[in-house]
Design a protein around this ligand. Structure first.
Ligand code: GRF
Length: 198
């Protein structure tokens, strides 16, 4: 199955997905990385020899046009599964309709707590003792789709946003790779069924 990763940041989650799918016998392979800006993730894709596409909002008349372009780019890359790994844009109607049920996102908090773009800062500010990571299916809300996996991360009083986010990311990477593997296994098994009864 073909995985397309959408990213906007330092690409640490992308790096984990590259590592997890780079084995020659890996049933999943990344057929492309799409970024909405110049970022470390784009450089990482380039260095890994993975197809890179840029889909920048400012290059389009409006968000709807951008969303339509993004949908075409990801479809052209033959995505069976889309992973938003630190992608800092809200996906629009066209994209969600095209890839419904096949978009997974990683969020650095235990949803439904602390949704949105500042989850780590918000958890620290609230003074919770436990936060964590969530991998969920993307629906038309922000960080609201069905939850697929979660893991806790303890907060200690020496933590700041960077130290806590780094620890959460190490957990996100593990969860993401596990969830991608389960999607892939389901796809391979269903392929297998087709072959057996064809
Ligand atoms: C991750 O914590 C992700 O959940 C959040 O932003 C971070 C991206 O990290 N949306 P990176 O860009 O993959 O290093």
């Amino acid at each position: 199955p073909a995985v397309v990763v959408l990213a906007s940041g330092t690409g640490s989650l992308l790096a984990a997905i590259i590592d997890a799918t780079s084995a020659p016998n890996s049933p999943a392979r990344i057929t492309g990385v799409v970024v909405d800006r110049d970022c470390r993730a784009a450089e990482l894709a380039g260095a890994a020899g993975i197809e890179l596409r840029r889909c920048v909002v400012a290059d389009h008349a409006d968000r709807t046009a951008w969303d339509a372009a993004l949908t075409d780019v990801v479809a052209d890359l033959g995505a069976d599964l889309v992973v938003t790994a630190g992608f800092m844009k809200i996906l629009g109607r066209a994209f969600l309709d095209r890839f419904a049920g096949r978009i997974i996102n990683s969020h650095p908090a235990l949803l439904p707590s602390f949704p949105g773009a500042h989850a780590v800062r918000d958890a620290l500010a609230h003074g919770v003792k436990v936060t964590g990571a969530t991998v969920h299916l993307v629906d038309d809300g922000v960080d609201t789709g069905p939850i697929l996996a979660q893991a806790p991360v303890m907060i200690d009083d020496t933590d700041d946003e960077i130290s806590l986010h780094d620890r959460i990311k190490t957990v996100e990477r593990v969860l993401l790779v596990q969830v991608i593997a389960s999607f892939v296994t389901r796809a391979v098994v269903s392929e297998g069924r087709k072959v057996r009864f064809s």
